[in-house]
Design a protein around this ligand. Sequence first.
Ligand code: V47
Length: 353
Amino acid sequence: MDVVQKVRSGERIGMPEALELYDLDLFTLGTLADEIRKRMHSKKTYFNINRHINPTNICKDICKFCAYSASRKNPNPYTMSIDEIVSIAKNSWRNGAKEVHIVSAHNPEAGIEWYLGMFKAIKEELPEIHIKALTAAEINFLAQEYGMRYEEILDRMIENGVDSMPGGGAEIFDEKVREYICKGKVSSEGWLDIHRKWHERGKKSNATMLFGHVESRAHRVDHMLRLRDLQDQTGGFNCFIPLVYQRENNYLKVEEFPTGQEILKTIAVSRIVLDNIPHIKAYWVTATINLALIAQEYGANDLDGTIERESIQAAAGAGSSYGMPLDEFVHLIKESGFTPVERDSLYNELKVW
Ligand code: V47
């Protein structure tokens, strides 16, 4: 049976077949991914009204691809006070945001009470807001810095009001690539272990993959397969988010950037390989809104959200500093032939726009 037939018959795809999928022409591959997307989600494209908050950019780790952390290329260190963070969350809530997505750098000066106390303070003021916060990389940093076990930190996150975990810090799981692009950061095993333990607590999370730098197609597929294995065991991942590497203001030397075709192929392959993860997000911040809209026909069924503010990828050249107005977001999804469905952070449908 050839790979196209295998996908159509619902057989699981392994490494060699996934590489064959990449070698198909874009339209054949896109059609296969689109058939799955339509079966799972029809014409619905999910989004949420959210606010990203990045409370500090002071980081003890040095990831080559990062333009956000305060360094020679970004000499403006900052750390927000908890009051400031709460005030941003309140303001966003008043403007309709139902989720705050809080991701920071690894700041050894801030203290664990700052890292965890911000969630409690937000929930005291806004008990109904969904807090999606702390990447596995931050959790690993806190565990090392304060001599705590992952379990203790995860339990304290829950006590303080964190509802779900974002997918950041996964980068590329292949150990050699990881060593080169983000030496010293949470290991692949550590990242997966933290998510496993979070899922064991009955909680949901997302998974990212940073691609389009020095990795190969095989590294991407390996990354997806490691996620699929864990998902078979826990079922705790809601969504997979392939993040396209942004090239400005950082220290990673990249010779060739991915074409639009390669980005669409990666989204399509992820839809096919990750047969147990319900949602594939085309993150418009890194894919650009135009490509993200096209990606709806290549397997993606989620476009993240309005975001309001974003600093991590914006520092590396993405056009996301001020998010996207809701009416424009909805209009673009409709115009591209899909049905915009506002969701909550756990993919319960709130409103068909
Ligand atoms: O892990 C850093 C990435 C991530 C660059 O869970 C870069 O719904 C591109 O995790 N080019 C943090 N990416 C963002 C993140 C995220 C984003 C959207 C949705 C969700 C979710 C999670 O940002 C980091 C890293 O992989 N990043 N630098 C760069 N130059």
